[in-house]
Design a protein around this ligand. Structure first.
Ligand code: COA
Length: 151
């Protein structure tokens, strides 16, 4: 199958909202997604399997740091390497923007996401108690990267 990753644009809002609702217990609404698409220093990626949008990734950059906000793949398209491909594109985009350290938060019970993040090199740094709601849960904070090299 033909897989394509491209930047998400305003016209993708409805597709992003559908993916968001299919993936999270507390989804971002269209207004929040629009705010992200229009904000500076952000990255919004959409992954297509053929003609169908089946995955996306949202992140923000404040060089030399970056933060992953969302990565998700529709349930029926999981375990095909799409989550990893989105993260690899995120890493390349970070490098282009002189971003050397990446951070993320994930529900501590989210084994699939934690396994995905570990598989690409993220490591746990600490636990943020009572961070999420519906249900209330701690966030595991993970990072990958290196200090900026000085010459
Ligand atoms: C987390 C998520 C994005 C993974 O997407 P995916 O496309 O299925 O992941 P990949 O196929 O790229 O998996 C890459 C690796 O991650 C690990 N992994 C992914 N899903 C896993 C699972 N359910 N159980 C164990 N390991 C898993 C494996 O190491 C896998 O490699 P392998 O298939 O060769 O064993 C997907 O499960 C999802 O959308 N979950 C709901 C949304 C979410 O929780 N997002 C993260 C919080 S922002």
């Amino acid at each position: 199958m033909n897989v394509l990753i491209r930047p998400a644009v305003d016209g993708d809002l409805a597709a992003l909202a559908t993916l968001e609702t299919a993936s999270f217990s507390v989804p971002w609404r269209e207004a929040a997604l629009r705010g992200h698409l229009e904000a500076p220093h952000t990255l919004s990626l959409l992954l297509f399997d053929g003609d169908d949008p089946v995955g996306y990734l949202l992140a923000g950059f404040l060089p030399p740091e970056g933060e992953l906000y969302r990565v998700a793949v529709l349930p029926e398209a999981r375990r095909r390497g799409y989550g990893r491909r989105l993260l690899e594109t995120f890493f390349r985009e970070a490098e282009k923007r002189d971003v050397y350290s990446l951070f993320l938060e994930v529900r501590e019970s989210n084994e699939a996401a934690i396994a995905l993040y570990r598989s690409v090199g993220f490591r746990e740094i600490f636990l943020r108690e009572n961070y999420y709601r519906d249900p209330t849960e701690a966030a595991l904070v993970m990072t990958i990267g290196r200090p900026k090299e000085t010459t």
